[in-house]
Write a protein that binds this ligand. Sequence first.
Ligand code: FAD
Length: 414
Amino acid sequence: MPDTPEPLHPIVVIGAGPAGAIAAALLKRRGHEVLIIERQRFPRFSIGESLLSHCLDFVEEAGMLPAVQAAGFQLKNGAAFAWGERYTAFDFGQTSSNGRPTTFQVQRADFDKVLADQAEAQGVVVRYEEEVIRVDFSAQPQLWVRRADGSEYHLAASFVLDASGYGRVLPRLLDLEAPSAFPVRRAVFTHLEDRITGPGFDREKILITTHPEHRDVWFWTIPFSNGRCSLGVVAGEEHYAGKLDDLDACLKGFVASTPSLARVLEQARWDTPARTLGGYAANVKRLHGPGFALLGNAAEFLDPVFSSGVTIAMRSASMAAALLHRQLQGEAVDWQGEFATPLQRGVDAFRAYVEGWYAGYFQDVIYYPDAQANIREMICSILAGYAWDESNPFVREPQRRLRMLAEVCQGSLA
Ligand code: FAD
């Protein structure tokens, strides 16, 4: 087919996941024409099912909260942690940030479709089953796109937001990839009919279970509203040696070696083949450049443990949309000072807690039975996603505060 460019598109967003849908809707609401190019047809499976309170702030900002609330997702009011006989629960109604007390646990196929449909309903154009395969940013940004039937076309844009998640379109094509500082970890996961009846299980919380012997191995149990749940194990590659040929047996084996979780799931009907994802931690050299910015997982992905991915994705979308709007109004804006650096501060706060989790000292804090209420509220703020709330000392100085607190907890436990 002829390779004729379409008329100039003001804003092209790559990917219609949470980052792309929110960014596109926010820009459309400010009066800009936005085109999303999405490789898949929705609904499509995605991992990342436990939301944090803070992400609903962006869903609301994008005018999508009523649709999300009406979709029948499982209400979530906090996070519970179990390690052997130890159990502790953090309630999102008790945070130092006075954030939203509830959020949702969602099947991402449905959630992402609600967001993308909402963006479309607001006037965003979404082209499904079209994949961005090549780019040129040497002058006016240009994208080459392949349709499902194999045909290709190309288009020019004033600005491109890359929200391609694990597709990592611009990091790959513009040589922006940077290694993650985290070791390679892998998740093996499934959905199952959980048949959990025990009174001790709270369906309104994600349950994070630490493996009894390996503190760097942990499980998520994310109940949905339909009697099913998402279950996954996360461990360093070394824990999977010889186990990945049979993913179902692998996941069942990890659960069987964790009695507190095996008890929770003893009636479960395992009806869905397990899947696996490894080496998902990723980073980039920079979050922006002439004519583009990177959002969500297309930029950095830390780790699944505190369910921060969708919140970071939406936060980046909101910040980028506000800045791009100002730029398109003719203002001189500073993508580093007004987008990358402030976004990174919250990401770095999450990073400190992820590092502390795997090193064990944040687990000492979480499982500490006698924590002061106000300290728990500050920690809970971060677990609820308010990692940009600089009034929280555990956000302002995450490493130092966490280390100090861990020493107190370890001293008292000794
Ligand atoms: P995505 O949701 O990945 O969306 C990107 C979209 O871009 C996709 O629809 C894709 O089809 C499209 N795309 C890709 N390439 C192209 C291309 N070339 N052209 C056009 N379109 C393209 N986060 C949470 O908040 N809570 C959790 O409980 C959680 N659990 C997780 C568990 C695991 C094991 C992992 C690995 C991650 C988890 N996450 C979790 C993180 C979460 O999955 C991501 O952070 C989140 O999906 C990022 O959203 P996004 O919009 O940036 O990207």
